[in-house]
Design a protein around this ligand. Structure first.
Ligand code: CP
Length: 301
């Protein structure tokens, strides 16, 4: 049950009690000043671009009084042909206490963790998972809606290629939310209907049903071919606009893991709608990640 010294690779293995421990600690950290230096180092190794996750882990580590070692693989010896495993083994030999790893291929953080002695945190692996994003999303739902059990959480957009959706499906169903999806049929994994997801073809009906709406970016970098007739058509049917939001309750919230493609899955006006909590997600992410790091590293809060 304890996170101490262990890797954190997916949401599937999380027990609801562990989630409560993390969320309670995240709340505690939010009201605390930065902690004094702890003599611990967190290595951030991102083999794929990131704005939010990398900076959020860096802020989280700094808040806990940890040092941060930032490796930029595009400037590392990976670009000279060194393997990913050799790179992380060399970083491990320098003595960090934990490694936060992102990679464009699913399973790489798990594979590396089996070859490393230090704990590894999965910061997103291909289309497979983004467990800390799901944790901060669940924390934001709890903060904004005061519960997760019984919430009707709608995912809109590219479900097939979204690691955020996969991790959220695992975590939120474990916590008792009902899940719905609204997406072009080419972007819905066929097995989801069998798993009890509510599937909507009309966004208006989906928004009337939802208490939480999470918009997802069209992940063109992961699609083998373009899977909707045009971005304009996708946006007209599945984009969140002020007209579409008339169907969403005033008490509901809108989330997006970022990066946002304004004008495609979400309009600029909707970004400023009071129901939109995207920057709260980002803010919460620092404390949720700090809570996770403190548990894994054994940093007293
Ligand atoms: N949400 C998220 O993973 O964003 P980044 O790609 O900027 O880290």
């Amino acid at each position: 049950m304890s996170f101490l010294g262990k890797s954190f690779l997916d949401t599937d293995s999380l027990h609801p009690e562990q989630i409560s421990i993390l969320f309670d600690k995240a709340k505690k950290l939010r009201s605390k000043p930065y902690l004094s230096p702890k003599g611990k180092t967190v290595a951030l190794i991102f083999f794929e671009p990131s704005t939010r996750t990398r900076s959020s882990f860096e802020m989280a580590a700094v808040r806990l009084g940890c040092h941060v070692l930032n490796l930029d693989p595009t400037r590392s010896s990976v670009s000279k042909g060194e393997t990913v495993l050799d790179t992380v083994l060399n970083i491990e030999a320098m003595g960090p206490d934990c490694m936060v790893i992102r990679h464009s291929s699913g399973g790489v953080p798990a594979l590396l963790s089996r070859n490393l002695k230090v704990p590894v945190i999965n910061a997103g692996d291909g289309m497979r998972g983004h467990p800390t994003q799901a944790l901060l999303d669940a924390f934001t739902i709890l903060e904004e809606r005061k519960r997760i059990e019984g919430e009707r959480v709608l995912f809109v957009g590219d479900i097939s290629h979204s690691r955020v959706a996969r991790s959220n499906f695992q975590l939120l169903s474990k916590l008792g939310a009902t899940l719905g999806i609204c997406s072009p049929s080419t972007l819905i994994p066929p097995h989801l209907a069998a798993k009890g997801f509510k599937i909507f073809s009309k966004l208006e009906e989906a928004l009337e049903w939802a208490t939480v709406c999470m918009a997802l970016r069209m992940q063109t970098e992961r699609q083998e071919s373009f899977q909707v007739p045009s971005m304009k058509e996708f946006s007209a049917r599945f984009g969140l606009t002020p007209e579409k939001l008339k169907y969403l309750s005033n008490e509901a919230i809108i989330l997006h893991p970022g990066p946002v493609n304004q004008g495609i899955e979400i309009s600029q006006t909707v970004m400023h709608d009071p129901r939109t909590k995207i920057l709260s997600q980002v803010r919460n992410g620092v404390f949720v990640r700090a809570a996770l790091l403190s548990e894994i590293l054994g940093v007293e809060v």
